[in-house]
Design a protein around this ligand. Structure first.
Ligand code: MSP
Length: 527
């Protein structure tokens, strides 16, 4: 067996998750669910990055030991949010777990034994928030006239750090990395991210300091316990340790390397340069793809805990619901691009696309079937050009969504393809006017009415399957109200290719008018 292996970054536990973290995690969840819908065996990994000076300092500032701080955040904030957002990960790795730390030591020891690591000194500006030494071009000056150098990403002062550290011979991997990018044009996505990485590597790589000796919250360097392993080397290895590296060869073979590492563009270089070089150095295979998402912005800046102005994922799900939340960011922002959140935009799209578009279609069709056919889905009569054209629209929408989401990680394009079909089914009803056909006593009217409602209901069956990865709970409810859970079995057994198998919903399915899929939004009182 081989798994389609998808990962999120493992998140720092210095604070609770915010919209930006949830954005990457929801995208990974949609990708994982999509591949499950293709009938593949999927392994979806997320977790937390718990070492580093930043976390030590936060824990100290809060007066608790770092492990206790991490335990508290993981149990009280991170895991509950992922459960709330219906994230379907198969494993959650924490870098303070023994299954991780032991293997990290073995990996690094192997590199040392192979002569890939040496002891040296380094002095330079360091950003604690990036956990990275900075090059002069990556700094900006404070605007207060003091000339204080700041990290361009975090806009916070860098610290001048001088250390005797162990170094990994990263500089020797430039040519091999460039050759790999060349041979695998899709390795880094989107193209803008790829170009940035290629240019960076072309400029020449410096060796990487992979240990720290000024604090001890980390995995100890096995041959020199006065050092801890650099948090990024520790963290990147989660993708290997979580799937049985040096522990469970069968599981490791079946899973590693990842098909897709989803990451924010802020951490692209770690994944597209350092991580593959580490794997090359240890003779391990490289991942299929590193896909970078853009930033969610607030006031034109990367969204972070400090500039969130109180908008948490829970604030939004309380107002719009979990499924609409999952849908919104992927629908509104082209994956890979930056985007801003606004209440107005979310509200407008919710109302027009979810409530008036998709939700209204579902309630019209189930209500009319309940009313005109006592809730038993009628068998269709002869089909006309209108049904044939809807059928080909479904085929197009299903294959487009499959290709865009499943292969290209173009979540927006895939969602739009399905919603275009929703619009066509709504248009079909408007054209066919089943409510008028129901009143007609001409011969054949009853059969025509059956055909129209069957066609619309079967279209909804397909829509429920295609939208399950994005809006799982809504799809389940629609599936139930179409009677499909009784006549076809659980939604989880359905595959993408079944979606376009026209006529799959058995006549006689017990259709009920379920609860409204997307209720009208209450007036907002919380902002
Ligand atoms: N611990 C490292 C990752 C190690 S992976 C081996 C880290 N953690 S983090 O908590 O800072 O989370 C970073 C990730 O969260 C980003 O790469 C991105 O995926 C997501 N985001 C955090 N803020 C974000 C935005 N404002 N917008 C979009 N994604 C954001 O870095």
């Amino acid at each position: 067996m081989t798994y389609y292996y998808v990962t999120t970054p493992i998140y720092y536990v210095n604070d609770a998750p915010h919209l930006g973290h949830a954005y990457t995690t929801v995208a990974a969840d949609v990708l994982a669910r999509w591949h499950r819908r293709r009938g593949e065996d999927v392994w979806f990994l997320t977790g937390t990055d718990e070492h580093s000076q930043k976390i030590l300092r936060t824990a100290e500032a809060n007066g608790v030991p770092p492990q206790e701080w991490a335990d508290r955040l993981v149990e009280e904030s991170w895991k509950p949010l992922w459960a709330h957002l219906a994230i379907s990960h198969d494993d959650f790795i924490r870098t303070t777990e023994r299954r991780h730390t032991d293997r990290v030591q073995e990996f690094v020891q192997d590199l040392y034994d192979k002569g890939e690591i040496y002891k040296g000194g380094y002095e330079g500006p360091y950003c604690v928030y990036c956990e990275e030494y900075k090059l002069p071009g990556e700094l900006i000056e404070a605007e207060d006239g003091s000339g204080t150098p700041l990290c361009a990403i975090h806009r916070r002062p860098v610290e001048l750090l001088k250390e005797e550290n162990y170094f990994f011979k990263l500089s020797e991997y430039g040519d091999r990395l460039l050759a790999h990018y060349d041979a695998h044009p899709d390795f880094i996505q989107p193209a803008s991210a790829r170009n940035e990485v290629v240019n960076f590597v072309r400029q020449g790589l410096q060796d990487l300091s992979i240990s720290r000796s000024t604090f001890d919250w980390g995995v100890k360097v096995p041959w020199d316990e006065s050092h801890v392993i650099y948090v990024w080397v520790d963290a990147l290895l989660n993708y290997a340790t979580a799937v049985g590296y040096n522990e469970n060869p069968e599981k490791f073979e079946a899973t590693f390397p990842a098909d897709v590492h989803l990451v924010g563009k802020d951490i692209l270089r770690f994944h597209a340069v350092i991580w593959p070089a580490m794997l090359m150095a240890n003779g391990l295979p490289l991942p299929g793809r590193i896909a970078a998402n853009g930033w969610l912005l607030v006031g034109g800046e990367k969204m972070s805990k400090s500039n969130l102005t109180g908008i948490s994922p829970e604030t939004l799900t309380a107002h719009f619901g979990v499924d609409a939340y999952r849908w919104y960011f992927l629908r509104a922002i082209a994956f890979g691009q930056d985007g801003s959140f606004s209440w107005e935009d979310f509200t407008a799209r919710y109302t027009s696309e979810l409530a008036n578009g998709y939700g209204n279609l579902a309630s019209r069709v189930t209500a009319m079937t309940a009313r005109y056919f006592e809730g038993s889905l009628p068998a269709p009569g002869e089909e006309t050009e209108a049904e044939r054209s809807l059928k080909s629209a479904l085929l197009r929408a299903a294959s487009e969504a499959d290709h865009r989401i499943g292969d290209q990680l173009d979540f927006q394009g895939g969602i739009l393809a399905v919603f275009d079909f929703v619009r066509q089914v709504n248009g079909y009803l408007t054209d066919q006017e089943p409510w008028k056909v129901a009143k007609s006593d001409s011969p054949g009217a009853r059969t025509r009415l059956a055909t129209i409602l069957y066609t619309a209901a079967d279209s909804l069956r397909a829509i429920a399957i295609l939208l399950e990865p994005v809006m799982p709970e809504t799809s389940e409810r629609l599936w139930d109200s179409l009677g499909a859970s009784t006549s076809l079995g659980p939604l989880s057994d359905q595959q993408v290719r079944d979606a376009s198998a026209w006529g799959a919903l058995p006549p006689g399915s017990p259709v009920t008018k379920g609860a409204v899929l997307f209720p009208r939004l209450d007036d907002r009182t919380d902002s």
